[in-house]
Design a protein around this ligand. Sequence first.
Ligand code: MG
Length: 268
Amino acid sequence: MKNYFLISAALLFLTSCQETKKEESSTEDISTEEVVPSKYVGEEPTTPEATEIYEPVPPKVTLNDKGVPSDAIVLFDGSTLDEWIHVQDSSAVQWQIMDDASLLVKDKSGDIRTKRDFGSMQLHIEWKSPTEIIGEGQSRANSGIFIQQRYEVQVLDNNDNDTYVNGQVGALYKQSVPLVMASVPTGQWNAYDIIFHAPEFDREALVTPAYVTVLHNGVLVQDHFEIEGFVKYIGWPEYQAHGKAPIQLQDHGDNSRVTYRNIWVREL
Ligand code: MG
């Protein structure tokens, strides 16, 4: 009888060990499948060459003397305003081209927009606040870049000028506080490099939200932020289905005197 109990206990122990092993190995199997993308599942490469890819070759892009990529659409280089019209009535742009090839916002003339529509894009744009300080908070050199006429990357003179942080320079207005404040001194040129992935809709329903990444003077201020909808001055953001749309620059209407220059875009 004693032997019977001993044998039973030993068998139970062995069975439980095997089950534990099974569980361990099945966990390993699952994690391997999850970690390795399906295109890599199969025979393990045995040579360095087996993991080298030669085609398709990426197209070559060169930069001109202003740093504009050869595959970019130049929206403003100081020579003409042919790419732009006023938002309100599609009339010729009243903003002023200055001697230094910059574009001065004409106060109370209204926003301007590109004639072309854009989807996902890489946008480069430089802007400058005037040296002479006028106004406080949101009323100090306020402008903005409305991607697809809906999603505003804020332009503001925030130097020694506090405001709500989701409306400060580098913010996705009323949605995303910038990671840092990276402005140069007032009166010097700032640069924004904006990578924008357009939202996708199925009829009226949102399928994929928009995402935006912003570098301010080369410093990351928006890191692949998931946009929550179009910008509202009063109210929470919400999406409304749309297709490709223009880039819009803001005339805030309070003597901002912001200037822009060197605007180009690459469609993604
Ligand atoms: Mg603004």
